[in-house]
Design a protein. Sequence first.
Length: 267
Amino acid sequence: MRSLSTLLRLLALAAALSVAQPVCANPVVIVGPSLEDAFEDSDVVLRLKRLLGPEYLAFRRNFDESAVPVPLKDGGLLLDGWRLGFPSHHAAAVVVYPDGALHAAYYNAEDRAVRYFSTSGGRQHRALLIWAKRFDLPSDHSPSPHRSVEGNPRASALAVPTVEEQAAMRSVATAIWSAELASGWNMNTEVGRVLGEATKQIMDCSAAFGLGPKPVGWVPGWAYVANTSVQIVAYVTGASGHRVYRTCVIATASCQRSFIEFASGEF
């Protein structure tokens, strides 16, 4: 029951992190919980220490900041984090289930390898393999869909926007992340929803930014992104070029990356 209450609290937190922030002169950067705060009043951290043993400290060092928690379709929840200022070089992730199952991994660029841990034995959880694809790994260490992993791919159940709408959504993803990342994502309706949330998060964070017109009439969902992509791209590009408000784009990209990657994979 403690694991279930932890999941429910994290799901509530994920929703709360998308709520609009008050207007002020400085960027309002939304950050996820620390590892200890995320699993407060549960034994998850204690079980992580048991599972990782002497490697727990290396894992914990890569959790200075964390992203918005990602609920998985199989009932689990993923929380990923990174060392302050080094999200692509020092990162970690944990997947928790209501029944107490626990999966964890961490990555340090100097090692060029991901370390995996699981209460289910040697199997690598598919969500962690998807998470690991973002790192610069040697070919023999790169995540492979043919490895034995927890969970199975699901058939697509999401509507697919038109080619033109997908191109519009991809332009927004490119503005927030990069062309290289956006080109590899499936522009389904769930990805569009995440893009909409990311857009709102950037606009809320940069509420005092006045160097360009903001996209108007924000509503949840992919259609808003597809229909206002030109305005969104112009605004995000302007914020990215501002020495203060570029923080809003960088922080949002880090916090929402796992969400959009899992939405793309429909996992």
